[in-house]
Design a protein around this ligand. Sequence first.
Ligand code: SME
Length: 169
Amino acid sequence: MSEELKLNKNLSDEEVYIQLLASSHHLFVEGDKILSGLSNFTAMLKQAFDKISWVGFYFLDGEKLFLGPFQGNTACTEIKMNHGVCGTSAIKREPLIVDDVDKFPGHIVCDSGSKSEIVVPILIENELIGVLDLDSYEYSSFNETDKKYLEELLVVFTKKIDLRKFKII
Ligand code: SME
């Protein structure tokens, strides 16, 4: 990141996302270290939206997803594919929006205060890299607008920083 992120938060979610996309050229610079970029990506979203209680990455290694950079409370370090919202999104290779996590069979509780969640898989040239996971303490916090813009932000980010080179060890 080359400069401080300045945001007007008295806007609709869509307008905030548009600001983030406009800032992303300065935030994510080719040549940035992958871990630094990932960390700032999570911080950017946490800073932008008060509705987010937790935001972070899980990366695929072998048969499981492993916790990567995040903002929020401590979280589960490993998630099996097909388990929880993250593992289900990863195996289906599609985003999942969960309005009430208690109604999602197999939801993995990392924070009992969490009420809703969105998970967006990260695919580069059809290769599953991992997922981006966002939680909220409110029900139904995430919708199609979040899905659209989170996917767009991930595309911008992964064009600048090649996550295929990131090895979770
Ligand atoms: N709730 C997730 C687990 C990760 S935490 O929310 C950070 C799931 O069910 O996959």
